[in-house]
Design a protein around this ligand. Structure first.
Ligand code: NAP
Length: 257
């Protein structure tokens, strides 16, 4: 099927977004695709389509972008915790009359032997840790600082790039990506004497090994639930996204530039 004459704006930030960009570049070379990144990570992967980097400047500015760039379809494939850009995408899609598809990987679910404590926010996760805990804090660079006030705990932080504000002196920073090998995650938890794991419910396989490792070690996991987002047509994997993109774009005529 040809989607010629269309312009897809793909909001990136996940592994699935990069896969989707690659599929669109390969299967729909006649379609204009723009991959948009927040710019939080300096070392951006090449998605195989033209890229723009940085915020739009809020929902109104994103609406203007959709109009000026004759975007025929907005695909929100950002992280499940990137709530602001997802809300902006919904608002801009409504205002500009541009269809929106959200690509959101399913949330993790606790298994029978998991010891999970679900919490509604990062702040609640901070409060849920008992004094003296040795916590593996698997949260983003922006959120980690909320834990700094807990000087009564030890924190092990893993990040791709160092947090802007240095960690408390007795905490440790490991600069690497999450491992998909349970054995490696298990060793990390054992070597640092970890008693609690804190994680966002990001879903997907890329960072699930730490949950498996905690399960093996019978460690409690404080799981931060996903933010609520405005309802829109949502798919859970790249295959479904490609099918939905074909359906949506083939049901409308291309916008004039
Ligand atoms: P956010 O709070 O939803 O976004 C903040 C602002 O960044 C947005 O309002 C937007 O700025 C800009 N932005 C975000 N994603 C963008 C994109 N793909 N293209 C253009 N601009 C974008 O999300 P966040 O600050 O990026 O992250 C919040 C949480 O999600 C953190 O826990 C982070 O670790 C996690 N996360 C996010 C992503 C992601 O896809 N963004 C990826 C991995 C992890 P304007 O309002 O100026 O347009």
């Amino acid at each position: 099927m040809t989607l010629e004459g269309n312009h897809i704006l793909l909001l990136c930030g996940t592994h699935e977004a990069r896969l989707l960009a690659g599929c669109l570049a390969r299967d729909h070379a006649d379609t204009r695709v723009t991959a948009s990144f927040a710019g939080a990570i300096r070392d951006l992967p090449d998605p195989g389509v033209p890229v723009r980097v940085g915020g739009f400047g809020g929902a109104a500015a994103l609406t203007a972008y959709l109009r000026e760039e004759a975007v025929s379809l907005l695909v929100d494939a950002t992280h499940p915790f990137a709530a602001q850009i997802s809300r902006n995408a919904w608002e801009a899609s409504e205002a500009a009359g541009t269809p929106l598809i959200r690509l959101e990987r399913p949330a993790w679910r606790a298994g029978p032997s998991d010891i999970w404590q679900p919490v509604a926010s990062i702040e609640k996760a901070v409060a849920a840790l008992p004094g003296g805990a040795r916590a593996f804090l698997a949260v983003g660079r922006k959120e980690i600082e909320l834990f700094y006030g807990r000087t009564d705990i030890y924190g092990l932080v893993r990040a791709i790039e160092a947090p802007v504000t240095p960690l408390p002196g007795h905490w440790d920073l490991v600069l690497e990506r999450p491992s998909s090998a349970c054995e490696k995650e298990r060793s990390l938890l054992v070597d640092r004497g970890i008693t609690h794991v804190v994680t966002k419910n990001s879903g997907g396989t890329g960072s699930f090994a730490k949950i498996e490792a905690a399960r093996d070690l019978r460690l409690p996991v404080i799981v931060i639930e996903r933010p609520r987002l405005p309802a829109t047509q949502t798919v859970s994997n790249v295959r479904e996204a490609l099918d939905k993109i074909n359906i949506v774009l083939s049901s409308q005529s291309p916008k004039e530039t």
